[in-house]
Design a protein around this ligand. Structure first.
Ligand SMILES: [Zn+2]
Ligand SMILES: [Zn+2]
Length: 305
């Protein structure tokens, strides 16, 4: 089953050099999650990923414009496309007011339910749980209330080992075995041991999105050993003062964070408009954490099962 991340926007506060503000599309087992929705996101979805109608859950990290100004356009398009499924939006306090006000003056009522889920930005909380995944917030450090998001697959079922499977097993016995439970006979004696005729589950994959944040080692407890980490790297070390003032991070800091958290792969993004070439940022990060890649729009990062 799929687990892949497509970069839709990689720029910091200003669009620059064909780079768009923050947006990413995460697909897990054919369900699509939109993370941040900067200006132009719906156009980027069309360019790289297909249809906005497939998205049922949108996660907004904070209310700086470069992370949500594309939302109204996207909502309005879904209305025109006659979406009928609910659209869930997870965001810090205020976004519901902003959107409701725009709809009020447009005298528009969307053809579908718009469901706002208020995020508590002060503590880490589970904000979405499905049968396959959980989404947990990460309270990051920024100028206004802001969170990151951790997407994690739940522990999967054990797999039946076809070579060792006895004949004549009933479907309900297979269900038990996949849950790791032994099959007992009528006297309560073990007939088949689950760990002898099943294989361990496939691994649970994880992705963490560290939205706009000042680098802080304390936060890496939330993203320990994730398969894929996105960490903003607005600036380079030469501009570290600027990063401190604006509560952003440098490429070196993002890499240090990834190293401390022992993640498998790091993607850096949210690049300042002051850098035309991104190669120096990549070099800076790689000198500390080699498994680093740039968030390039249109590129998809896939985690194998
Ligand atoms: Zn930003
Ligand atoms: Zn910001």
């Amino acid at each position: 089953l799929s687990f892949k991340l497509t970069i839709l926007g990689s720029s910091g506060a200003l669009p620059a050099y064909d780079r768009h503000p923050s947006a990413q599309l995460l697909e897990i087992s054919n369900t699509q999650f939109l993370i941040d929705c900067g200006e132009g996101t719906q156009v980027q979805i069309k360019n790289f990923a297909g249809s906005v109608l497939k998205i049922d859950h949108i996660f907004i990290s904070h209310l700086h414009g470069d992370h949500y100004l594309g939302l109204m356009g996207l909502i309005f398009s879904q209305h025109l496309f006659k979406r009928d499924k609910p659209l869930h939006i997870y965001a810090p306090k205020g976004l519901d007011e902003i959107i409701t006000l725009q709809l009020k003056y447009a005298k528009s009522t969307p053809a579908f339910d718009l469901v706002f889920h208020l995020i508590n930005t002060k503590a880490s909380e589970v904000i979405l749980e499905t049968d396959k995944i959980t989404v947990t917030t990460i309270p990051v450090i920024h100028k206004i209330p802001s969170v990151g998001f951790l997407f994690k697959e739940k522990i999967k079922e054990r797999r039946l080992n076809k070579e060792k499977l006895p004949e004549g097993l009933k479907p309900e016995e297979m269900v038990l075995l996949k849950k790791g439970e032994d099959i007992l006979d009528e006297q309560g004696q073990i007939l088949f041991k689950a760990d002898e005729i099943t294989l361990s589950p496939k691994k649970s994959r994880s992705y963490a999105y560290m939205a706009d944040t000042r680098y802080t080692e304390n936060l890496n407890q939330y993203v320990k050993e994730v398969d894929l980490l996105y960490h903003e790297a607005t600036f380079m070390e030469v501009d570290r003062e600027k990063a401190i003032q604006t509560l952003h991070s440098t490429a070196a800091e993002a890499a240090l964070f990834a190293k401390q958290a022992e993640v498998k792969k790091l993607i850096i993004g949210h690049f300042s408009a002051r850098y035309k070439s991104l190669e120096p940022l990549l070099m800076e990060a790689k000198s500390i954490f080699n498994h680093t890649e740039l968030a390039i729009e249109g590129v998809t990062f896939e985690i194998e099962e």
